[in-house]
Structures are given as structure tokens and as C-alpha cells.
Ligand binder design. Sequence first.
Ligand code: ATP
Ligand code: MG
Length: 386
Amino acid sequence: MRKKVLLLGSGELGKEVVIAMQRLAQYVIAVDNYKDAPAMQVANEFEVINMLDGDELDRIVEKHKPDFIVPEVESIRTERFYDYEKQGYVVIPSAKAANFTMNRKSIRDLAASELKINTAKYKYASSLKELKVGVLYTGIPCVVKPLMSSSGKGQTIIKSEADIEKAWAYAMEGSRGDLMEVIVEEFINFDYEITLLTLTQNRGNTIFCPPIGHIQERGDYQQSWQPIIMDELHLKTAQIMADKITKSLGGSGIWGVEFFIAKDEVYFSELSPRPHDTGMVTLAGTQSFNQFELHARAILDIPVLDIPLLRNGASAVVLAHKESNNFPIFTGLEEAAKFKNTDFKIFGKPATRCYRRMGVALSYGAEETSELVERAKNVANKIKVN
Ligand SMILES: Nc1ncnc2c1ncn2[C@@H]1O[C@H](COP(=O)(O)OP(=O)(O)OP(=O)(O)O)[C@@H](O)[C@H]1O
Ligand SMILES: [Mg+2]
């Protein structure tokens, strides 16, 4: 039953997918645009290509003839996935899911216009002039994001009219590819935000992990915890939305579905059709299968019956603070290991950039999640990236 998995994207999430796949005896080829990427270090084979180059993608798909094409990042020439599906390849979870989530526009229009799922008010703009019109529609404060970007790149909160021009310029700088378009969204003054890890199964039910709370800074996740205690009705509403949108996109796999929760309203924000960074908290043993193992099982059509919470958990990121092309040295691990019921994972990225995520600290137990978050932060703070 050994199958060939072509993993597109070889970061820390991909690395865990490789490990999960190999524990189910699969063969993985890890791909990314740089050598020695985390997932490559544990994969059977690797390829270094520009994944935004469709011809390069075609070449390695043709070369390896994988049973599964598993995207781990957004920046891939995902239009090609439709061809691969036509040729009989299986794209995880589906070509449509990967393609629609590459660009904020497709996924937002699908959710809001087609499926009538509640989102923040939004408009698109392809010029400063259009952005000004968009801001009039959403009102101030509002959030501007490039249509193609991730981890908060190019994202600004507009707090007064004077910010509009800067927001446009910054979005153009932070945009991936050559797409000169942004989305401007009403700023949601949410009480908290969640990731609802959703498992779709071709041969089984869609099931949900206990909801994950998280804190974002600079548009990037800093800490996450599981479960987040929330109103049952809000959770049910989020689950119904997640079910609808994942069904419409199709296929088997784990999805990170992001929501903003305000007093009386649940807003769908965005989703990733693959493991989610905030879902690293599941590495703390909060569930019988972590999100990567769930993904692997769904891909291989191994049924998962349910995903109960086993214990509370939290995660906190370990960031680099300087740019360097040398393999980083980590210090403070001994100090970091002195907190009870904690763990840390170092991703093994070969180079650093300012704010690049290099590792994650984990904590677990029966304590309240606020306490676990503090403990995970304490562990993370002891680890220094040099
Ligand atoms: N309309 C909004 N109102 C309030 N906060 C927002 C809004 N949009 C985004 N944010 C904040 O910015 C964070 C990042 O936004 P979003 O998830 O859309 O960007 P991203 O670049 O795709 O991030 P990532 O790839 O890390 O998930 C959100 O998790 C939320 O904290
Ligand atoms: Mg997000």
C-alpha cells in the first residue's frame, strides 16, 4: 500500500506531515524553493523548484507520478492542479480548494456571495482611487490586505483617512506575484478569534477538532491554545459554516478554518486547506491524533471516528530576530526544559530572518489554558536563536 506523496512546500508544517505519512509507511518527495527546508530533512527525496512556475511543477509531477499531490503552502501555480486532476492525479484536498485559497478574492466571493456565509463587509481595489471608494464603503477603521499574501504581509489597519495612501503602498510591497489588487475589509472588533480544524473524509463524516484560540501580531500567530471556551451556539454556527465551505471546495483532509467571534456574531475570515500554524498546539497531545496525523489519515482514506479533547494545551512561537544565512544555533534549551509539562520543537530551518518562526514551545495539562499559554511563552522566551 506504499503510495507516493508529492509534498509542495517543506516548512515546519510539511515536516510534520512527512513524519505522519511515514508512520503510515508512505514515500514522500518534499518540494520547496530552497534546499535543506525542514520537511526535506525527513523526506525520502526532495526537489528544489520555483513552485510558482507551472512548467517546473509539470516537470516534477511528470517525473514522480505521485499518488497524492499535497500542497503545504499557498504560493504555488495552483491553476495547474485542475489539469493534474483531469490527468487522474489526486490533489489534496482538491484542486479547487488549493486554487480558491491562493487568492483572497475567490475564497471570499465563494463564502460571502455564493454560500451566503457571514463575513466582514469588503470591497476589492486595484488602484488607490478604488481603495478610497472601498474605504467609504467599509468605513474606518478597516483592514487592507493584498489579494495574494500570507502571514500578514502587506496588511494595514486604516485608522484615519490619512492612512489610505500608505496602506496602498504597503500592500503593493507585500503582495506576492504581480497582482496589483487588494481587499479592504471592515475592521471587526471581535472578542476573540478561533481556528476550527475541520477534517473532511471522502468516505466518512466531516468532524471537528476542539476549537483553538490564538493571538496574532503583525498578522502572524504568536500563541495558540486548545480548547478555547466559547458559546455553544457560536461554535455550532462556525461548524456549520466550515462544513458548508469545505463541502463546496471538496476532498479529504484537514482544514484550518478561521473565524472572528464577536458578541452576537460569527464571521468567517479565511481558511487553509491543509494543517494550520495555530494547530501546532495539537503537537502538545491535546488530541489522540494531531492535525498532521489527521491530515495523513484523511489523505489515505483511513477513517477517523471522532476527535475528543484529551488534555488542555498551548503553543508559543520561537522567533528569530536577525537575518542570517548560517544555520542557527539554539541556546537556552536547558533553561527552557525546566518548566513542568512542556516541550519544544525546533524546526531546523537553515537560515533566519527577522520574525521568522524557528520553533514552537508547547505546554499541556489540566490547568486553565491562560496558565498554559503563559507557561509556553516562558519556555519560548528561554530559547534564543543565534
Ligand atoms: N477584518 C478584520 N478585522 C479585524 N482583524 C482582522 C481583520 N482581518 C484580519 N485581522 C487580523 O489579522 C490577522 C491576519 O489576517 P488574515 O488571516 O486575513 O491574514 P493572513 O495574512 O492570511 O494571515 P495568515 O496567513 O497568518 O493566516 C487575523 O488573524 C486577525 O487577527
Ligand atoms: Mg489568517
